[in-house]
Design a protein around this ligand. Sequence first.
Ligand code: ADP
Ligand code: MG
Length: 472
Amino acid sequence: MPASENLWPAILEQIELDVRDQQFDTWFRNVSLDQFSSESITLRVPNSFYHEWLRRHYLGTIEKAVLAVTSCRPAVEFVVKPPPKPANPEPTPPPAPPTTATPANPMPAPVVGHAERRFFPTDWTSRLSQHYTFDTFVVGGSNALPHAASLAISENPGLAYNPFFLHGGMGLGKTHLVQGITQRLLQTRPKTRMLYLSCESFMNHFVSSIQHGEMQKFRSIYRGLDALLIDDIHFLGRGTREATQEEFFHTFNALYNAGKQIVLSSDCPPHELTKLEERLLSRFKWGLVARIDAPSYETRVAILRKKAQLRGRVLPDEVLHFVAEHIDTNIRELEGAITKIIGLSSLTNKPVDLHLAREALRDTVERVAAAITIDDVIRHVTTEFRIKLSDLQSKKRSKSITHPRQVAMYLARSLTRHSLGEIGGYFGGRDHTTVMHACDKIKRLLQDDPMVAATVERLTTQLRRQRNSPSS
Ligand code: ADP
Ligand code: MG
């Protein structure tokens, strides 16, 4: 049985993968573990409202997380216990241990009105994860440039690269780097008026400011910043609110013209944010646009080693290699794997070895094996267009070959988690711009040419079905 202090954080980490940041903060930060056995797990919640809400909306999520960490399916129960008061209120409580995550100087709070209080608690820095600092970031070929740029920005905000637009696939370290910049700035330049927030929070704040007639205040907050860091800016284009875009545009201009630092992260490059106005997109490219790629094998091993070390564990090399071999794109999943392995080891009181790692990752490894591969894509595309693999990889430029090749690149990009560069590698060592061009071309055709759209849809369905069929 793991000590409960290890168990609950591990379960929380799993839950965090499944729910949005804001919801996680609202519903899980105040929950703790009361007791655990293989039959039942009891969670301590501050009041009955939490109990009701968690039971109704998050029971499945909690059960899944508990299963992932403990490999047991205990019944989930709740007990309402307000957080304990300090035993003796008289003496001053012991100071919190200094961590890099609780910078001494939170953002100087601007006039705190109703809306700000809701969206800008003076401890907005509590949104920062103590794990997301430069110290814990493993640098490899896939992220060396974004990492170097992030360091430069935290040394020379407003001067090094402005704006800094960081993009890359899910779970590749964007939030980690953006928070890394934030935390470094908080440490080294405590007077900087800065704000790190998700795009969603920015949009919510904007809407609420309009509703409360507080646009003046909204503007004075954002336009008075020295550094504004917005995570997941792609949401700006996915909402339907043009007014929010418009306001962001003016915020951007005001800060940019005053030489203030702007940092944005996105799950795709600027030109794929097609819902955003061109004038905004072109501004994103004024500074540095940097992409994070999926880590190489060596970097994955280094990340795994670091993550284990951060949990106070040294795992055998063969275990690190086993995980790096089987999980090859998303770093969040690499972390999840470490959590599971360590979780199983403490649960069963067995040392971590290859056998235990296999056991802990049985589901993940099967799921990864069931993921669509580039080989699957190639197989289906060559059959569909009656061409050979060697044609796809050749330098041939006739339309009968380039079109299937572009379709294959597009499918590889949208159905697998390989980076543009890796995909290019499969198709005769082409570079990432060729793949990007192919994807753009097919995207255009999907809208303009119903025949192409039908073929691509059919291939997509075949590929998905093949992987989900019970026999696989
Ligand atoms: P994104 O925002 O791109 O979806 P995150 O920044 O949330 O991804 O990263 C997902 C997880 O992977 C985080 O726990 C983060 O700490 C970890 N991670 C990503 N890149 C690295 C890295 N280079 N070194 C160490 N941990 C990393
Ligand atoms: Mg992120």
